[in-house]
Ligand binder design. Structure first.
Ligand SMILES: *Cc1c(COP(=O)(O)O)cnc(C)c1O
Length: 402
């Protein structure tokens, strides 16, 4: 018997209690805890410094100039052109701004609309595990089946289990949803890992939906490889990104998806009945920002040093740490400090150390083997000012047994 899709979405994200009540997300619970206790909130990943003033000024000018009514459903032409130019300049991708680009209300809408448009009951969608919560919710709302392939701890990083990937594929595999650079682990999938994904997609005639919102936030010279650049993949790949993370305007919700015209037509058809359009004055501002490669480059380099600051603090405190090659996040293992359960540790961390984090188990299916493998791990964000991270590091040192 089928249940309402909102219940499926709540269940898929671990929020549906057996008595039918919907729990608050761990992010909301932890943010409330931070507010109540005065702890430093390194749980939720949003920057505490806005993007550039000239981009703000462009949005203000757009409002003053009267760009306040419905923009075209696809997005304004200058933004679609800027997105196509960005893909050509960075990755050598030829994208038709009129037929192959759709501006969306953040990456979140691009992902939800793509899932609703292209998969349904009986279809399987493969994702990595841990996974971003909206991926699981979107699959559930589409009525499809979520099949998960684990990232496996490997030294100071995580790697995709390629045997598990091949075993997860089936004749019902309709879509593979990848996310690299990866939230929550900070893993940047290698070309070889992405080639394996591409091979499975070609064999199963599946679409790849790729969430690349952290495309510019990579460190240590590691390269981000867009799936659409792999041989034969542009014709079956929907590439999703967003200005939120790249330009530090997460509240503006200007995202996009591009891909072959027939897939974009499908996604557009759904998107126009979700929001139709949004962000009139923000679209021209982001069109302008997308020509600017210096801002994301400077953000990545500043994030790399802020990552190091937090890593040092976590190591001093006695956590096991993995070194993220991208994103806003580092995953720390409470096991060496004697904390076997990350969710329990996160609930106690404000009192123990005046800092808030979120458990990685919140990014796993309840009771899954991967949830178990990540049980003692918790996620911290480092997209905060250096002085905030320094203070957090000082507080975390209280956990150190020595
Ligand atoms: C933040 C985030 C998003 C959401 O992007 P919006 O543009 O704010 O909708 C999507 N995917 C991942 C992996 C994220 O971390």
């Amino acid at each position: 018997m089928s249940s309402p899709r909102w219940q499926d979405a709540a269940r898929a994200t671990g929020l549906l209690a057996p008595d039918g009540r919907v729990a608050a997300t761990i992010f909301a619970e932890m943010s409330a805890l931070a507010a109540r206790t005065g702890a430093i909130n390194l749980g939720q990943g949003f920057p505490d410094v806005d993007g550039p003033d000239y981009v703000k000024a462009a949005a203000i000018t757009a409002i003053r100039e009267g760009r306040n009514q419905y923009p075209p459903g696809d997005g304004i032409p200058e933004l679609r052109r800027a997105i196509a130019d960005h893909q050509a300049r960075h990755y050598g991708l030829a994208v038709d701004p009129d037929a192959e680009v759709l501006v969306t209300t953040g990456a979140t809408e691009a992902i939800a609309a793509s899932l609703l448009a292209l998969v349904g009951p009986g279809d399987e969608v493969i994702t990595l595990e841990p996974f971003y919560d909206s991926h699981a919710a979107g699959i559930a709302m589409a009525g499809a089946t979520h099949v998960r392939v684990p990232l496996v701890p490997d030294g100071s990083t995580f790697r995709l289990d390629l045997d598990a990937l091949r075993a997860a594929a089936s004749p019902r595999t309709r879509m593979i949803l990848v996310n690299s650079p990866h939230n929550p682990t900070g893993t940047v999938l290698t070309r070889a890992e992405l080639e394996a994904v591409a091979q499975v997609a070609r064999e199963r005639d599946a679409v790849v939906l790729t969430d690349e919102v952290y495309e510019h936030l990579v460190f240590d010279g590691v390269a981000h490889v867009p799936v659409a650049t792999l041989p034969g993949m542009a014709e079956r790949t929907l590439t999703v990104s967003s200005s939120g993370k790249t330009f530090s305007f997460t509240g503006w919700k200007i995202g996009w998806v591009h891909g072959p015209a027939h897939l974009i037509t499908a996604v557009r058809t759904v998107k126009q009945f979700l929001t139709y359009t949004s962000g009139a004055p923000f679209q021209p501002a982001i069109a302008q920002a997308l020509a600017d490669d210096d801002t994301p480059r400077a953000l990545a380099s500043s994030l790399a040093s802020r990552r190091d600051l937090l890593l040092e603090g976590l190591e001093t405190a006695g956590f096991g740490v993995s070194v993220p090659a991208g994103t806003y996040f580092v995953v720390a293992d409470g096991g060496p400090l004697g904390f076997a359960d990350g969710a329990d540790l996160c609930r106690r961390l404000p009192e123990l150390a005046g800092v808030v984090a979120v458990p990685v188990s919140a990014f796993c299916a309840a009771g899954s083997p991967t949830a178990d493998a990540f049980r003692s791990r918790i996620r911290f964000t480092f997209v905060k000012r250096e002085e905030v991270l320094r203070e957090a590091a000082t507080r975390l040192a209280r956990l150190s047994p020595s």
